[in-house]
Design a protein around this ligand. Structure first.
Ligand code: PLP
Length: 260
């Protein structure tokens, strides 16, 4: 893979399972060059989130600007945006650099139940960042929150993806892991076609941060010149392999790249 440059705009997970830490490990594993604009600090471990400190919006913007003015980026990956102020600052820079494709992982609530985004920021996410995204990667609860739809099956996932395309996203990948069943389906909808990626559910407690890992893998593969379908396929395979190879640390839910 061509070593593409990826600017990651996301929150820090002190436990190393999700957020910036998962993103950078993934970019490196894909052979890319990772740069970061940190949007929030979280104090967390495998048991949950104990505290969140948002980074001042101007400083988030400054990190992005410094990177883009000098090193440049082939793809930007956006993860945790804690509030409307940070989101607005990120949206402004993204709009000023409309030539750089971005992958938007609309992080809202951690699987441990902690809120990672102020719910008042949902409308801004939908209006300012979903339009223009090369890819949006919600899980089922995030897709429901963004569209107001209730999703029960892959047909419902496709409808929600259509809604996000209508808002202006170029492509949408809805991840089906929150639906019941042994067979998992992720639905990728572009302006041209709809793809269903199916795989067997893996029973594991190394699944914290899999969304961050998947979206960073996709972003790095896109930066490396792969097509969207290839990038999704490579990143899914990577996440599955990482979950299966992980030796979970801590007493709760660890990240897929956890090793003692
Ligand atoms: N913490 C940070 C900083 C994140 O960016 C994310 C990303 O989704 C999470 C936690 C959530 O991880 P999970 O929901 O997989 O536990």
């Amino acid at each position: 893979m061509k070593p593409g440059r990826v600017l990651i705009v996301a929150g820090s997970d002190s436990g190393g399972g999700a957020g910036i830490q998962a993103d950078l490990k993934t970019v490196v594993a894909f052979g890319g060059f990772g740069m970061t604009a940190i949007t929030a600090l979280t104090a967390q471990n495998t048991l949950g989130v104990s505290g969140i400190v948002p980074v001042p919006p101007d400083f988030v913007a400054l990190q992005m600007q410094c990177v883009l003015d000098d090193l440049g980026a082939d793809v930007i990956k956006i993860g945790m945006l804690p509030d409307t102020a940070v989101m607005g600052a990120v949206a402004e820079i993204i709009t000023a650099h409309s030539e750089i494709p971005y992958v938007l992982d609309p992080v809202m609530v951690a699987s441990s139940g902690a809120s990672l985004m102020n719910p008042s920021a949902r409308a801004l996410l939908l209006n300012a960042l979903v339009p223009g995204a090369a890819l949006v990667t919600p899980n089922i609860p995030e897709a429901e929150a963004l569209t107001g739809l209730t999703i029960r099956d892959p047909g419902g996932m496709k409808k929600a993806a259509e809604t996000l395309l209508e808002v202006g996203a170029h492509a949408v990948l809805i991840k089906g892991g929150h639906l019941d069943g042994q067979l998992l389906t992720d639905v990728l909808l572009t302006r041209e076609a709809c793809f269903a990626f199916e795989s067997e559910r893996i029973i594991s407690r190394a699944t914290h941060g899999t969304g961050c890992t998947l979206s960073s893998g996709i972003a790095t593969a896109l930066a490396g010149g792969y097509t969207l379908v290839e990038a999704v396929s490579l990143a899914r395979r990577f996440v599955r392999g990482a979950i299966m190879a992980a030796s979970p640390l801590g007493g709760g839910v660890a990240g897929p790249m956890a090793h003692e």
